[in-house]
Design a protein around this ligand. Sequence first.
Ligand SMILES: Nc1ncnc2c1ncn2[C@@H]1O[C@H](COP(=O)(O)OP(=O)(O)O)[C@@H](O)[C@H]1O
Ligand SMILES: [Mg+2]
Length: 149
Amino acid sequence: MVAENRVIVELAAIPENVGVARLMAAMVAAQAEFTVAEVDEVKLAVSEAVTNAIVHGYRGDSRQMVRMEAALEDGELTIVVIDHGRGIEDVALAMQAAVTTDPERMGLGFSFMEAHMDQVEVTSQVGQGTRVSMRKRPAAKDVASLKGS
Ligand SMILES: Nc1ncnc2c1ncn2[C@@H]1O[C@H](COP(=O)(O)OP(=O)(O)O)[C@@H](O)[C@H]1O
Ligand SMILES: [Mg+2]
């Protein structure tokens, strides 16, 4: 098990790189005490955040880059996904379930991220971009700390 790690990648804003981001995040998560099911949750959350950066942030402009940072600190995973795209006018509204600016989509991306991660923080500025920071701690580790081990 690895308690401390830091991986930073820049991905061209093409849909094919959602899978690349998922795998990299999963590999970092797998170094900590996450179960296979928890790693799957991390993969889902990362997929949603990176898809949003590509689809909404950059609107498919494949020359742009999405940055993903995956870090383990004291066994806790932090994933940060950053784009320098359009930004979000009203973050609180955008994060509500079923709110989308694209009628083809379901508006559940942020809800999935919040369901699968312990904490999701979004900062955004119109015309500047968006930063999504997500944290997750292995559930088993909480049990261990309750027992005082
Ligand atoms: N990185 C981003 N850049 C710009 N807008 C975003 C970004 N991420 C999310 N949004 C906005 O927030 C809305 C809600 O996102 P989400 O919950 O993932 O639902 P969906 O992607 O299905 O629309 C999007 O429709 C979009 O307007
Ligand atoms: Mg989405």
